[in-house]
Design a protein around this ligand. Structure first.
Ligand SMILES: *[C@@H]1O[C@H](CO)[C@@H](O)[C@H](O)[C@H]1NC(C)=O
Ligand SMILES: *[C@@H]1O[C@H](CO)[C@@H](O)[C@H](O)[C@H]1NC(C)=O
Ligand SMILES: *[C@@H]1O[C@H](CO)[C@@H](O)[C@H](O)[C@H]1NC(C)=O
Ligand SMILES: *[C@@H]1O[C@H](CO)[C@@H](O)[C@H](O)[C@H]1NC(C)=O
Ligand SMILES: *[C@@H]1O[C@H](CO)[C@@H](O)[C@H](O)[C@H]1NC(C)=O
Ligand SMILES: *[C@@H]1O[C@H](CO)[C@@H](O)[C@H](O)[C@H]1NC(C)=O
Ligand SMILES: *[C@@H]1O[C@H](CO)[C@@H](O)[C@H](O)[C@H]1NC(C)=O
Ligand SMILES: *[C@@H]1O[C@H](CO)[C@@H](O)[C@H](O)[C@H]1NC(C)=O
Ligand SMILES: *[C@@H]1O[C@H](CO)[C@@H](O)[C@H](O)[C@H]1NC(C)=O
Length: 897
């Protein structure tokens, strides 16, 4: 009995064990077969070219750059860059991906409609199908994607009524269906999406009013309903959207008065109501809008005056009120908006004089006051507008003469002063405005001669001086101006040959012109017919020959003196006292430099900068160095002299592997130069501007350069005593060696921050890289360099100066990080993408308007050094707007690795 019992117990135990092990292998088998199904589905989708599929391991897809898997090896993200998928959307077996959380097929050439099977991706939180050619209605099965937080299908060809089915996806935070063909009205059910913070319905053909349920979306930061056919008044419900920072309602059919509740949405930085039929006036409460950067009310029926409280908008960069019925004068308080870059008030009924203080508004790039009834003079303080590119004062009643100070507006491209009552002369030096592209002075009462040098202006394309009282001759033109008009003046003499292709209407209405142009009498060929001309000739020839003689005599005596001088100098070098060449190893001698540069011959010159020229020189030892030589004339200028000595002082004191090394210098009033390490690839700017070199300068190298600059600046700010502020960090002052490694150079502006001396100084640096606070304070801190660093870092990411990207909010929610990256390079791979993200996030932090809110270089440098890389979403899914509004650098916990 007993043995049989024990045997049966044993059998039972074995059986149990057997069952147990069997069931575990079943689980493992099920799991791995699910993974294999994923792999199979990926391979069969045809989305990947065959060279991906040769790897023997069945799970190799987790290593593909387009795929992210979780720890269990199951696919959680698919993000495809710049591949043409065409009609292969439905070839993916969606039911094989139970763990998919993100599907990003931005700009992949998709065609056809969305396959309904997409509804099986029940864990999906992120879906982007933007920038494709998808058509048809959205499939009903999208309602199954209840976890969806981000839905973006902008720039497709979807049509049909507003996709109401999406109103059930209550987890949605970002909803972007812009630039499609959706029609119908915006349903009130939109109010269900309580978690929305960004809503973009722009550029469809939506009709009807703004639904009142919009007031329920109290988390909205970003709202864009522009370019639709939305009618009715601006719903008062909008006043509940307290968090709004971006509101765009332009190009609709909105009517009714401009509501003053808008001026209580004080977090708005961008507001556009352009091209509607809004009337009423701008209430004084607009003064609340301390954060507003861009205000567009163009093309409406707004009347009344511009309130003086406009002066409270100290963050305003763009003010556009054109094509309205605004009256009264331009309030002088507008000069308090010191960050203004674009002031457009044209096509209104403004009166009075231009009395605001232009010296405050020296960041203005665009000033358009045309088509008003302004009178008085053009203020002389216009000379402060040194970055102004467009000045339009046409069609007013401005009188007086054109102030000669206008020649300080060195960036001017478009000057339009026509249809006024200007008198006086054309400023003689107007031809010094080298960028001038269009100049229209027609329909005034300007007299005197046309400045002759104007004919040599290199960029001039349009010139209209018609309907004035100009006298004298027409200047010859050496370039082909596209449009030119001298008609109805009192010009005389020969029409120069350069104009023979012009139509006679160019010159009509000038009584005393002659030449080979139809309708004008021929000029008499010879001065011999005319006694006056002979006298004239003698008047010219006699003094000219006298002048030539004087010149020759002068030349001979000078060249002799020159001989003497060189001898004298070279004897001095031998002596070695006067030329105090300093160098680190004593191997560089003055004569070597003179020999290597062929006495600073032009053929060795590799660049010319603010203070002098840079030469390349090979020393007898074979070492190649760069030599920066101050021009002799400039050496006598105390400013340059000072900056030169400053540079020596700074560079002699610092040593860092990413700061260009000073190898030696020569300081003598007749010859000043600095000897540096030679940087084979020149400036960062030149590499970025060359399409071939920019491609060679790949993402990895770019990241390294950014980090190097950060480390160098950290060293200057935090390890030097006293701290050194560079003050002129620009892409021109970052040099690259043969391996495209970055080095900080040009310390001409650098300054020590001495705890005992005042940190106040004259503003120095380069426009476009200057921290904004320098516009109103003169206090230099390290934070100015931090700002410039941010600009340069962004410049490296985008491949050119970031311009508007830095400050403006106009770059909308829908501009994603990957869109601003330098398109000449292939998108960064997943490894570098993390660095790119970190750099972008840090750059925007560095560009903070408030210096206090910018990070220190120490922090930046450490952030780059720390191995703990942030977890990021794919670059497609990070918008600039998010980057800018971010406190941490870790977003998107949704990625499960
Ligand atoms: C094949 O896939 C494995 C596993 O992901 C990976 O480690 C290996 O580098 C891949 N080999 C090739 C040739 O791509
Ligand atoms: C898709 O995958 C599922 C399993 O995940 C399978 O049952 C189905 O047959 C597949 N469909 C096609 C068309 O291959
Ligand atoms: C959409 O289709 C048109 C014409 O077929 C093509 O030119 C265009 O490049 C496509 N757009 C995208 C984003 O694929
Ligand atoms: C509006 O959408 C159309 C396609 O529907 C697109 O071609 C166009 O560029 C969009 N306009 C803007 C301003 O986005
Ligand atoms: C407005 O912006 C500030 C600073 O960004 C923020 O602290 C505040 O909470 C915002 N106010 C609202 C109502 O969103
Ligand atoms: C300034 O604003 C006007 C009107 O909004 C616009 O037409 C113009 O292009 C802008 N100028 C610049 C330089 O941005
Ligand atoms: C044009 O200028 C001349 C003098 O240069 C003057 O005599 C004449 O009155 C002016 N004509 C007009 C219309 O102002
Ligand atoms: C100048 O700036 C440095 C560094 O920011 C600071 O330590 C010093 O106290 C400042 N000096 C004055 C006089 O403010
Ligand atoms: C930022 O990071 C800190 C700690 O690193 C964390 O406590 C905080 O919640 C984060 N804030 C956000 C907005 O992610």
């Amino acid at each position: 009995m007993a043995p049989s019992v024990s045997i049966s117990i044993l059998v039972l135990a074995l059986w149990v064990l057997c069952i147990f092990t069997h069931s575990t292998t079943m689980v493992v088998a099920a799991k791995s077969s699910a993974l294999e199904l994923e792999a199979k589905a990926l391979l069969e989708s045809g989305w990947w070219s065959s060279n991906y599929t040769t790897n023997g391991s069945s799970l190799s897809h987790c290593a593909w750059p387009e795929i992210i898997c979780n720890d269990g090896g199951s696919v959680t993200w698919i993000q495809i860059y710049g591949v043409d998928l065409g009609d292969k959307f439905r070839k993916l077996n969606f039911s094989s991906f139970p763990n998919l959380e993100g599907l990003d097929l931005y700009n992949t050439g998709l065609q056809g409609s969305i396959p309904p099977e997409i509804g099986t991706l029940s864990k999906l939180t992120y879906l982007s199908l933007s920038m494709n050619n998808l058509t048809g209605n959205l499939p009903l099965s999208l309602t199954n994607l209840t976890q969806l937080e981000m839905f973006s299908i902008h720039n497709n060809l979807f049509s049909g009524e507003f996709p109401l089915l999406l109103a059930n996806l209550t987890q949605l935070e970002t909803f972007d269906i812009s630039s499609n063909l959706f029609s119908g009205s915006i349903p009130k059910e939109l109010g269900n999406l309580k978690n929305l913070y960004s809503l973009d319905l722009s550029n469809n053909t939506l009709t009807g009013p703004i639904p009142s349920t919009l007031s329920l979306l109290t988390g909205l930061f970003y709202l864009d309903l522009s370019s639709n056919e939305i009618s009715g008044s601006i719903a008062s419900e909008i006043r509940f959207l307290k968090h709004l920072e971006y509101l765009d309602l332009q190009q609709n059919k909105l009517t009714g008065p401009l509501p003053s509740f808008l001026w209580h949405l004080t977090n708005l930085t961008y507001l556009s109501l352009n091209s509607n039929q809004i009337n009423g006036s701008i209430a004084a409460e607009i003064g609340n809008m301390k954060n507003l950067e861009k205000l567009y009310l163009n093309y409406n029926d707004i009347a009344g005056q511009i309130p003086i409280t406009i002066g409270h908008l100290t963050n305003l960069r763009t003010l556009s009120l054109a094509w309205n019925q605004i009256s009264g004068s331009i309030p002088a308080e507008i000069a308090n908006c010191i960050l203004l870059r674009n002031l457009t008030l044209s096509h209104n009924y403004l009166t009075g004089t231009i009395s605001f203080d232009m010296s405050n508004l020296y960041l203005l790039v665009y000033l358009d006051l045309s088509y008003n009834n302004l009178s008085g003079f053009i203020p002389r303080t216009i000379n402060h507008l040194t970055v102004l590119e467009t000045l339009s004062l046409n069609w007013n009643q401005i009188n007086g003469s054109i102030p000669t100070e206008i020649i300080d507006c060195q960036s001017l491209r478009h000057l339009s002063l026509s249809h006024n009552s200007l008198s006086g002369y054309i400023p003689f030096h107007i031809s010094d405005l080298h960028f001038l592209n269009a100049i229209d002075l027609s329909h005034n009462n300007i007299s005197g001669d046309i400045p002759f040098e104007l004919g040599d202006s290199p960029s001039l394309e349009l010139l209209d001086f018609s309907y004035n009282n100009l006298t004298g001759n027409i200047p010859n033109i050496s370039i082909s101006i596209k449009e030119i008009n001298f008609s109805y003046n009192s010009l005389h003499g020969q029409i120069p040959n350069g104009y023979l292709n012009c139509s006679p209407y160019t010159f009509i209405g000038n009584k005393d012109l002659c030449g080979d142009i139809k309708g004008f009498p021929p000029c008499f060929p010879s001065f011999l017919n005319n006694n006056k001309s002979i006298v004239h000739l003698i008047k010219i020839v006699v003094p000219l020959s006298f002048f030539l003689v004087v010149l020759l005599v002068g030349f001979f005596s000078l060249s002799r003196r020159g001989d003497k001088k060189t001898k004298y100098e070279s004897s001095e070098t031998k002596n070695g006292d006067l030329f105090s060449i300093w160098n680190y190893d004593g191997k560089i001698a003055y004569e070597d430099i003179i020999e290597a540069t062929k006495d600073f011959d032009i053929s060795c010159c590799i660049g010319t900068g603010g203070y002098g020229s840079v030469y390349k020189a090979q020393l007898p030892s074979g070492k190649v160095v760069a030599i920066k030589k101050l021009h002799r004339l400039e050496a006598e200028n105390p400013t340059f002299d000072k900056s030169f000595k400053n540079e020596i002082k700074m560079l002699a004191a610092i040593r860092h592997r990413n700061i260009v090394k000073l190898l030696g210098y020569c300081l003598h009033y007749r010859c000043m130069f600095l000897i540096y390490e030679y940087m084979e690839r020149g400036s960062l700017f030149s590499v970025l501007s060359n399409d071939v070199e920019a491609v060679e300068f790949d993402w990895m190298k770019r990241m390294n350069v950014i980090k190097s600059i950060a480390h160098a600046l950290c060293y200057m700010h935090h390890e030097c005593v006293p701290a050194i502020v560079h003050r002129d960090i620009t892409s021109n002052n970052i040099l690259l060696n043969s391996k495209l490694e970055g080095f900080v150079s040009d310390f001409g502006m650098a300054k020590c921050l001495d705890p005992n001396s005042s940190n106040q100084t004259l503003v120095a640096g380069t426009y476009g890289y200057l921290a904004p606070e320098l516009a109103y304070t003169m206090v230099v801190t390290e934070k100015c360099d931090v700002y410039s660093f941010g600009v340069v870092a962004l410049e490296i990411l985008t491949g050119r100066h970031p311009g508007e990207l830095m400050t403006s909010f106009s770059t909308s929610q829908s501009v994603m990080l990957n869109e601003i990256l330098d398109q000449r390079l292939p998108p960064p791979n997943r490894l570098v993408a993390k660095d790119v993200f970190l750099v972008a996030a840090i750059s925007f932090a560095c560009l903070h308007t408030k210096p206090k809110s910018r990070p220190t270089m120490k922090w930046v440098s450490q952030e780059f050094l720390s191995h703990k890389k942030p977890v990021t979403n794919p670059l497609h899914s990070v918008s600039l707007w998010q980057l800018r509004n971010q406190e941490n650098y870790t977003i998107g916990e949704s990625e499960t690795q």
